[in-house]
Ligand binder design. Structure first.
Ligand code: B12
Ligand code: SF4
Ligand code: SF4
Length: 228
């Protein structure tokens, strides 16, 4: 049984270069998997990256150089969860686990017109690497319940900067985006990250550095070409 406190969990995650991105007590409809053995999940903490720490650790530790971020995340985060007496669930599980719904449940983010979650501090520049499920109801600090940043964004530049208008505000045209990325004109998005995402004024200090942006965009293009 876990005897961890919320601050203990937060300290451990930060020391390992991960960012706690939200937490909630589990309700029946949350779709948090029950462990094969042991008690059902009662507390979930969302683990991710925001800022350069995780990328720097991944770049230094990645062995061999072909190890994917998902493979490295499993290798690092499954034992870390066990150390905290939790079970790790991953965003790349198939079929997908509802990470964005969990993020909304946690009350730390809102859904942007791009479909990605937007955080008041990190903007669109954060992603989930795992959800740690605890069988105990851990006393968690309340969230600040931030206002939706998009509500006061009059110009909505994220919806007008994509060269192929892939974002309508309610849908994302994945084939149009992927086709553009495979052309010479797509180099800007490939090298620096999605132009629509970069147009957002929120969380500017957390924009991925070019090496990380290229890594994620290349992974996206590779995944698409395997599905076509
Ligand atoms: C499938 C998938 C994709 C697919 C298809 C996406 C699509 N058709 O929209 C592809 C491969 C194209 C993709 C691409 C990317 N993805 Co993706 N993807 C996923 C994945 C694995 C499942 C999403 C899903 O099917 N959810 C449906 C159910 C299971 O989730 P749900 O929480 O119940 O439902 C939520 C969504 O429907 C969402 N939603 C609500 N309104 C809207 C509106 C729109 C327009 C969209 C698209 C979604 C959306 O909110 C719901 C909850 O409130 C998630 C990880 C995960 N497990 O959630 C990442 C995830 C959504 N992706 C993510 C990211 C970052 C990207 C990329 C930006 C990666 C990159 N290149 O850096 C790209 C976007 C391309 C670009 N232009 O840069 C992040 C988003 C982080 C965030 N801040 O929210 C996630 C959460 C993964 C992670 N590790 O954090 N992705
Ligand atoms: S550009 Fe404006 S509307 Fe678009 S995600 Fe950023 S804050 Fe929201
Ligand atoms: S990566 Fe480029 S082409 Fe794809 S959605 Fe973003 S801005 Fe549009």
């Amino acid at each position: 049984m876990s005897t961890r406190s919320a601050s203990d969990i937060e300290r451990t995650l930060l020391a390992e270069a991960f960012t706690p991105l939200g937490w909630f007590h589990v309700n029946a409809g949350d779709g948090v998997p029950n462990p094969a053995d042991g008690a059902a999940a009662r507390t979930v903490v969302l683990i991710g990256n925001a800022g350069p720490a995780m990328w720097q650790r991944f770049s230094a530790e990645r062995v061999p150089a072909t190890q994917t971020l998902d493979e490295w995340s499993s290798a690092v985060l499954a034992p870390l969860a066990a150390k905290l007496d939790a079970t790790a669930h991953f965003p790349f599980a198939k079929p997908p686990l509802p990470f964005q719904r969990w993020a909304a449940r946690a009350g730390t983010v809102h859904t942007s017109p791009l479909g990605m979650s937007i955080h008041a501090e990190y903007g669109l520049w954060h992603a989930y690497r795992a959800a740690f499920a605890f069988s105990e109801e851990i006393a968690l600090p309340a969230h600040a319940d931030p206002e939706h940043p998009c509500d006061t964004c009059a110009d909505r530049p994220c919806l007008t900067t994509c060269p192929v208008n892939a974002f309508s505000g309610t849908a994302y045209d994945v084939p149009a985006c992927a086709a553009h990325l495979n052309t010479p004109q797509g180099a800007d998005c490939m090298d620096l990250g999605c132009r629509a995402r970069r147009a957002c004024p929120v969380g500017r200090d957390f924009v991925y550095a070019p090496a990380q942006a290229l890594f994620h965009m290349s992974a996206f293009v590779r995944a698409r070409s395997q599905n076509d």
